[in-house]
Design a protein around this ligand. Structure first.
Ligand SMILES: NC(=O)c1ccc[n+]([C@@H]2O[C@H](COP(=O)([O-])OP(=O)(O)OC[C@H]3O[C@@H](n4cnc5c(N)ncnc54)[C@H](OP(=O)(O)O)[C@@H]3O)[C@@H](O)[C@H]2O)c1
Length: 162
């Protein structure tokens, strides 16, 4: 069962997306995010009002634990000046993606860590390595730039010493 977010469900595309999602047997929860109420209720539907898409930071908590998002907020060429068009279609999309992407990564972090151990580092390992390098000096640990695999090596060495 999927938990889905739809942005811009008051619009034509978003409205269709909302109907399909609510009817879909594999979707058990839909969060609609927009600046106006939809004016409908449904057992699977939760509405979140958000007026300023230039800053989506306030949506971080709402986006936590969701599986995916469908972004249908937008406008049409010629409907407004170019700068406004760009703001709505490009800047708002990037800002929403910025907030969503960290939320989603957090949800899949355990799997990500298992599959790509060198792409991630635990906060306590990072902190341990920073202290170790500060105390011993960077030369003893072989350089001034430490990638995740180097940090992991430092943590292992340090664990062997103490
Ligand atoms: N319709 C099509 O066949 C089609 C085909 C290809 C591509 N597209 C693209 O898909 C996107 C959506 O099309 P659509 O036909 O669904 O458009 P629409 O009916 O005009 O809906 C636009 C949606 O974006 C929201 N929105 C617009 N400006 C906003 C702003 N400044 N702040 C917050 N929300 C805002 C609207 O919210 P409010 O209700 O609050 O105004 C509405 O939910 C557009 O970028 C369009 O170019 C559409």
């Amino acid at each position: 069962m999927k938990r889905l977010v739809i942005v811009g469900a008051t619009g034509m595309v978003g409205g269709h997306a909302l109907r399909y999602a609510l009817e879909h047997p594999s979707v058990d929860r839909v969060i609609s995010i927009g600046r106006k109420n939809l004016g409908i209720s449904h057992p699977k539907l939760k509405e979140v009002l958000h007026s300023n898409f230039a800053d989506c930071s306030a949506l971080a908590a709402v986006l936590s634990g969701q599986d995916t998002a469908v972004f249908c907020l937008g406008t049409y060429t010629g409907a407004m000046p170019d700068a406004e068009f760009r703001k709505i279609t490009v800047d708002y999309t990037i800002e929403f993606a910025r907030v969503l992407h960290y939320r989603l990564l957090r949800a899949i972090y355990p799997v990500f860590r298992l599959l790509f151990p060198n792409f991630v580092i635990r906060s306590d390992d990072l902190a341990r390595a920073m202290i170790d390098v500060t105390v011993r000096g960077t030369q003893e640990r072989g350089g001034v730039i430490f990638e995740n695999r180097d940090i992991r090596t430092i943590v292992k060495l340090q664990a062997g010493v103490s």
